[in-house]
Design a protein around this ligand. Structure first.
Ligand code: DX5
Ligand code: ZN
Length: 240
C-alpha cells in the first residue's frame, strides 16, 4: 500500500494503520544500482513507478571501499523531483563535509555510528539546518550504542548487509534490532519518534521477514533496477 503524499509520516499515523492491519512501509529506492550515466531519467522512472523516497548512497573509498558520488551530483539531481531525498553517508568523519551536504537541500542525512566520534555535534548541526537526522548501524554494531541519541533521532538505519555494495544477501539476525527498536518506540511514545529503516538485500524472497520485523522504511536497489518493470518490482515489495 502506498502512503499517499506524505513523505515523512508521523509515527502515530503508522501505528493507526498497523492496528487496522494495514502495513505501511515506505519504499526508498537506492539509486546505487541505477544507470549512473542517466540518473535524471532513472529518478523520473522510479518516481513514476511509485517510489516514496530516493535513497542516496554516498561512499568515500575509505569508510567503505567503494566510491559513488557527492554534493555536486546531488545538487544537479535536486531539481529533478520533489521526492524525499534520503542521504546515507558512508564516509569517514562526516563532520568535515556536512555543510556541503546540507547545502544540497536533501531531506534527511544519516551518518554511520562507526564513522565519527562527534555524533552529538553532527546531530545538532543537521537538525539546526531543518533536515531530518538519522544514525546507521553496521550489522555487527549493537543497538545499545544508540542510547544517548535515541530521543533526538528522526530515523534509524539498520544495515542488513555490510555497507559498500548493492546486491548482497540480507543477514537475518540484523532484523532483531528492528523489532527491538520498534518495541522500544511503542513503550516510549512521548519520547521516541524515529522511523526505522533497513538497507541491503531487500527483495522478493526477504520482504516478508523484513515486513514482520516491524520496519517503517525499506531501501531497495538492485531488486528494482534489475527488474524489467520498476513499477512491478515496487508493487512486489509492497505486496500489491
Ligand atoms: C549498501 C547501500 C544500499 C544498497 C542496497 O551499502 O547502503 O543502499 O544500495 O542495495 P541492494 O538493495 O541491492 O541490497
Ligand atoms: Zn544505503
Amino acid at each position: 500500500m502506498k502512503f499517499n503524499n506524505v513523505s515523512y509520516p508521523p509515527i502515530f499515523l503508522l501505528n493507526t494503520y498497523r492496528k487496522k492491519n494495514l502495513i505501511i512501509m515506505l519504499v526508498a529506492v537506492s539509486i546505487l544500482s541505477a544507470n549512473f550515466g542517466r540518473l535524471e531519467e532513472e529518478i523520473i522512472s522510479v518516481q513514476k513507478a511509485g517510489a516514496d523516497w530516493i535513497h542516496l548512497d554516498i561512499m568515500d573509498g575509505h569508510f567503505v571501499r567503494n566510491i559513488t558520488f557527492g554534493p555536486p551530483v546531488i545538487e544537479k539531481l535536486r531539481p529533478v523531483t520533489d521526492l524525499f531525498f534520503d542521504t546515507h553517508l558512508m564516509i569517514s568523519k562526516p563532520e568535515n563535509l556536512l555543510d556541503n551536504f546540507i547545502k544540497t537541500e536533501v531531506d534527511s542525512i544519516t551518518v554511520h555510528y562507526e564513522s565519527t566520534s562527534m555524533l552529538h555535534e553532527i546531530i545538532n548541526r543537521i537538525k539546526d539546518a531543518g533536515i531530518k537526522v538519522g544514525i546507521s548501524l553496521n550489522p555487527n554494531t549493537p543497538v545499545d550504542v544508540l542510547k544517548p541519541y535515541l530521543d533526538k533521532l528522526d530515523l534509524i538505519l539498520i544495515m542488513t548487509v555490510e555497507p559498500g555494495w548493492g546486491g548482497q544477501r540480507l543477514i537475518p539476525e540484523t532484523l532483531k534490532k528492528v523489532s527491538f527498536l520498534r518495541n522500544l518506540r511503542s513503550d516510549n511514545p512521548d519520547n521516541l519518534k524515529y522511523l526505522i529503516q533497513v538497507d541491503g538485500g531487500v527483495n522478493k524472497s526477504t520482504i516478508s521477514s523484513v515486513e514482520k520485523s516491524g520496519v517503517d522504511v525499506i531501501v531497495a536497489g538492485s531488486f528494482i533496477f534489475k527488474y524489467n518493470s520498476y513499477k512491478q518490482a515496487i508493487q512486489i515489495l509492497r505486496n500489491e
